[in-house]
Write a protein that binds this ligand. Structure first.
Ligand SMILES: [Zn+2]
Length: 438
């Protein structure tokens, strides 16, 4: 039995659920279920709840209005594998070892699914892309791992929701469950049902303009399938006790800073992620403090009053939610292109040198982006220059020196996990099919 004495959720449960404490035989579990959603490749600025005016996401916006909403959350990387590994482990990429897509998530890494399964949860994942296939180590901790595709090694969100909803509906009331639903719809190619794409596309559009329009349709489609999942949960007897933790792994660039797609940089357009937590015990509020998704798992476990049983670099955001600590956090980010042919391809197509590791740190108003192998140093004041157009690295040497010290301290504190980084021919071929290599 879990010690729930200090759980904010369990405390609220006493007031909200009559069955707490002296429940009859066979009552619904009082330990909250957990729904984790990751929207792959979703820019925060395409959500109405994050300021978008196109009306693409009414269903997400409704959820966000009922949630704790972090407006300045940052993904740790700009590719799927490293970012998801951080979301689910509370570790930085150097620490979990998934520095690029296709690299195995080591069995030694403790994931949130493992922790919850060890604490009595039924666990299931419903994913929509080859990048997070079970063979890459993502399966650890999950009793069920559903990874079917309906085109190009990916699956429409609606089909993923169908399968997840079926599984959730079949769960008994007396055991908590943890479900991860991964959506791939905002990722190219945009092949969602035509009725969702057509409102945004005109015959004159081509190239990047067509991509930008199609992206909107893909986001709108993804949002349209959310109600089935949410309604399935709320129709369950224990559904009201479900904690929802929703975010994205990175965004997408449509020519900003000369980049297209994602994975090539750590600019705001790919790094700013939605982050909401919804539970009946959590009073909806907006929190503008800068945070990183490395804090996702520590926060969720803290809310569920479950001890991770392992060291994590992320820290629970609950003190911010409770109002006991609003201290701005330092955000660290990192990316590495996964193969040399992609580096050459991006250089040829855009002129951008993306070789080697690139690191970034946000501390206060300033953001440093450093890529030693590419001889790149960028320093931005996000307060006065949120679009990162004015690199002040050469003119503000004092701030640059300070930010270099901050970055060095973070990197020095990380213990590097050595993972096999050579990708097999089969993996490379599949990544190529997904548009990551040529
Ligand atoms: Zn991704």
């Amino acid at each position: 039995m879990l010690d729930r004495d200090k759980s904010v959720l369990a405390l609220a449960c006493i007031g909200l659920l009559a069955s707490c404490g002296d429940a009859p035989v066979g009552p619904p579990t009082t330990q909250p279920n957990l729904l984790m959603i990751t929207f792959d490749t979703l820019r925060a600025d395409h959500l109405g709840a994050y300021g978008n005016l196109d009306g693409l996401t009414p269903n997400f916006d409704q959820l966000a209005a009922e949630s704790i909403k972090f407006t300045n959350a940052y993904a740790v990387s700009s590719t799927t594998g490293p970012s998801h590994a951080t979301i689910f482990s509370g570790l930085y990429p150097n620490e979990h070892g998934v520095l690029k897509n296709g690299v195995m998530l080591s069995d030694d890494v403790v994931t949130i699914a493992e922790v919850l399964r060890d604490n009595g949860y039924s666990t299931a994942a419903f994913v929509s892309s080859y990048i997070v296939k079970s063979d890459f180590g993502w399966v650890q901790g999950f009793d069920k791992y559903d990874e079917h595709y309906n085109f190009a090694r990916r699956r429409w969100g609606g089909l993923t929701v169908d399968t997840a909803s079926e599984w959730i509906a079949d769960q008994p009331n007396d055991k908590p469950w943890c479900v991860w639903v991964h959506f791939m719809d905002p990722h190219k190619p945009y092949k969602q049902p035509a009725e969702y794409l057509e409102p945004y596309i005109t015959s004159e559009l081509s190239g990047n303009d067509l991509d930008m329009a199609s992206y909107k349709g893909a986001v709108a489609y993804m949002d349209s399938v959310l109600p089935k999942l949410i309604n399935t949960i709320s129709s369950q007897e224990a559904g009201a006790g479900t904690l929802m933790a929703i975010t994205s792994d990175h965004g997408e660039l449509f020519g900003e800073h000369g980049h297209y797609g994602h994975g090539g940089g750590l600019y705001e357009d790919t790094q700013r992620a939605p982050l909401i937590f919804k539970h009946t015990s959590l009073k909806p509020q907006q929190i503008d403090t800068i945070v990183g998704l490395v804090d996702y798992t520590p926060t969720v476990l803290d809310m569920l009053n479950i001890d991770a049983g392992t060291e994590m670099s992320g820290k629970s955001l609950r003190p911010m939610i409770d109002g006991s600590d609003a201290t701005m956090r330092t955000v660290f980010m990192q990316r590495r292109i996964f193969d040399e042919s992609s580096v050459e391809q991006i250089l040829a197509e855009t002129g951008a040198n993306v070789s080697g590791s690139q690191w970034s740190v946000i501390d206060g108003d300033y953001k440093l982006i450093l890529a030693p192998e590419a001889n790149e140093v960028q320093l931005f004041n996000l307060n006065t220059d949120p679009q990162e157009l004015d690199n002040v690295a050469e003119t503000d040497s004092v701030q640059l020196r300070k930010m270099r010290v901050v970055l060095s301290a973070i990197l020095d504190a990380q213990t590097l996990r050595v993972s096999a980084t050579e990708l097999s021919d089969e993996v490379l071929q599949n990544l190529e099919q997904l548009g990551y290599a040529k």
